[in-house]
Design a protein around this ligand. Sequence first.
Ligand SMILES: *[C@@H]1O[C@H](CO)[C@@H](O)[C@H](O)[C@H]1NC(C)=O
Ligand SMILES: *[C@@H]1O[C@H](CO)[C@@H](O)[C@H](O)[C@H]1NC(C)=O
Ligand SMILES: *[C@@H]1O[C@H](CO)[C@@H](O)[C@H](O)[C@H]1NC(C)=O
Ligand SMILES: *[C@@H]1O[C@H](CO)[C@@H](O)[C@H](O)[C@H]1NC(C)=O
Ligand SMILES: *[C@@H]1O[C@H](CO)[C@@H](O)[C@H](O)[C@H]1NC(C)=O
Ligand SMILES: *[C@@H]1O[C@H](CO)[C@@H](O)[C@H](O)[C@H]1NC(C)=O
Ligand SMILES: *[C@@H]1O[C@H](CO)[C@@H](O)[C@H](O)[C@H]1NC(C)=O
Length: 554
Amino acid sequence: MKIPMRPVLYLLLLLSFLSSNSLRASLATSSPSLPLSTSSRWIVDGNGRRVKLACVNWAAHLEAAAAEGLGKQPLDTISGGVVALGFNCVRLTWPLYLLTNVSLGSLPLRASLAGLGLLESAAAVAVNNPALLDLSLLQAFQAVVSNLASNNIMVILDNQISKAGWCCSKFDDNGFFGDKYFDPDEWLQGLTMMATMFNSTTNVVGMSLRNELRGPKQNISLWYRYMQRGAEAVHAANPNLLIILSGLDYDKDLSFLSESQVNLTFTDKVVFELHWYGFSDGGDWENGNPNEVCGSVVDNMMKKGGFLLEQGWPLFLSEFGVDQSGRNMADNRFLSCFLSVAAELDLDWALWALQGSYYIREGQLGYDETYGLLGWDWCKARNSSFVNRISALQAPFQGPGLSNNSPYNIIFHPLTGLCVVKKFSSKNLLELGQCADSEAWNYTAEQHVMLEDTKYCMLAKGVGRRARLGTSCGGSNSIWELISDSKMHVSTKLPINGSTVCLDISQDGTVITNLCKCLSLDGTCNPDSQWFKIIRSTRERESQTAYLKLPSQG
Ligand SMILES: *[C@@H]1O[C@H](CO)[C@@H](O)[C@H](O)[C@H]1NC(C)=O
Ligand SMILES: *[C@@H]1O[C@H](CO)[C@@H](O)[C@H](O)[C@H]1NC(C)=O
Ligand SMILES: *[C@@H]1O[C@H](CO)[C@@H](O)[C@H](O)[C@H]1NC(C)=O
Ligand SMILES: *[C@@H]1O[C@H](CO)[C@@H](O)[C@H](O)[C@H]1NC(C)=O
Ligand SMILES: *[C@@H]1O[C@H](CO)[C@@H](O)[C@H](O)[C@H]1NC(C)=O
Ligand SMILES: *[C@@H]1O[C@H](CO)[C@@H](O)[C@H](O)[C@H]1NC(C)=O
Ligand SMILES: *[C@@H]1O[C@H](CO)[C@@H](O)[C@H](O)[C@H]1NC(C)=O
């Protein structure tokens, strides 16, 4: 579906929203002390405090070899929007030839757009980013990095492809070392140039050495040879950077690292990255029972890369995303499962993608990116409910230096991105609320869900009835088991007749119990209102004193 370009003037009217200072100020967080390094599985700042990468991918590797969207909004408005939407980082993609082909790097942005017949885009850049239009592509790239830096956004430079264009296909000759457009020496040279160019830009915190290795030439021993060389080259040029290594098979497979680790002359800078989409899992999400699919794809992801966390390496989920219209059922199902894992493992991640549209993608002018965080016109978030869902994951739950708290549990509901909290208007009832406001729960070895430091436990009262906090914690209805292949159904047995019920939410967000739904086999149903993930947190939390004053009755 082709979307017509809109008049430039209209764009001008719409940008005041995101550039408002109040919006930005309200989301400002304390900046980490850079550069970053690693401490076992965590990325940490100069004070040893965990920094969670909550990034969004911004494409600058397509045919125009320039950051997308410069015709849609002023650069500073786009950066301001990234901050306003809660991200602390951008994974900015670049084509290798931008660095290694001098004629490409020195081509003015205006000429690059004109050469592709994108005169309308050039005119739009003239309006929104007049200062960039006559810069060379390399200077324009630097201007984008510099603007992100001045907005306190960390930048990860991702070498997405060699020859500028949409990525990736198995047969695009950009897939693996030795392909037509992927000469290892040229790649090393380009990485070195890029790392050197930003050796004094502290906000450039890392480099993804090469995106989504793939294709018929894939080879594990060559992976080690060249990725190690790439890592050494970047580190030599700029020792401040995190070195981010991508796996095979479109970055879905790092399993070979369980046998043999990388061998480098430096430590504390290496991060692995993995990509995970709904379509990565074959047609499973369309046809299978969502509990069974979630259970099996998570298992697979742990074998393909998740195990690295246990081995003490940071794992950056550097691409995930969904069609934000809500019309893709497989993506919808995937997202709830993905969010539960991202919360539980407290992963660093980068959403695909910031861009609401492209100058041109796969031959189509003004291509609408349905996975885009921003709408087609780059004015505001494409889907605010999506933003709400991922926002709980933008701050870290765990890691060094976060707080002096001992760990507690929170109960995350991936369908909404909210957490189980005490109902504001009632002492004993529960509802969904912001995870940042969550009580400290304790899911004990005896499978009680206790309000920490109190005698209050969670109790089921019946089918369709509200769950309650009480102190009569001896019955079957106070024992909560995690069932189904997803282990996200939180179930208990009613004392009256032994019926099993599961935590659920009602229309108004109250936590209730219902008959457990869609546990297995059936691929036509959707269990995710009953999906909850009990996760570990050491975040600063509210004082519990108020709850000690609850009446002593269940
Ligand atoms: C280098 O870039 C220029 C400008 O885009 C292009 O015309 C030329 O074909 C490129 N050279 C190579 C070797 O890719
Ligand atoms: C940074 O790179 C420049 C070249 O762009 C070089 O002259 C300078 O010595 C480098 N600085 C460091 C600290 O490596
Ligand atoms: C991988 O590359 C090495 C070195 O070129 C070669 O010896 C080996 O046969 C290749 N393996 C596969 C599976 O292609
Ligand atoms: C690791 O690399 C060093 C230096 O490059 C080399 O001497 C050593 O043999 C390598 N070790 C392994 C296990 O490959
Ligand atoms: C946003 O996403 C939700 C959930 O997938 C969907 O129901 C809704 O229609 C979407 N809204 C827009 C504006 O696309
Ligand atoms: C839960 O409480 C037990 C003591 O009853 C304590 O040992 C454990 O550390 C607590 N766990 C969490 C996650 O709060
Ligand atoms: C058990 O009791 C609940 C609540 O009264 C009722 O809704 C449910 O149908 C009963 N289950 C069975 C199997 O009788």
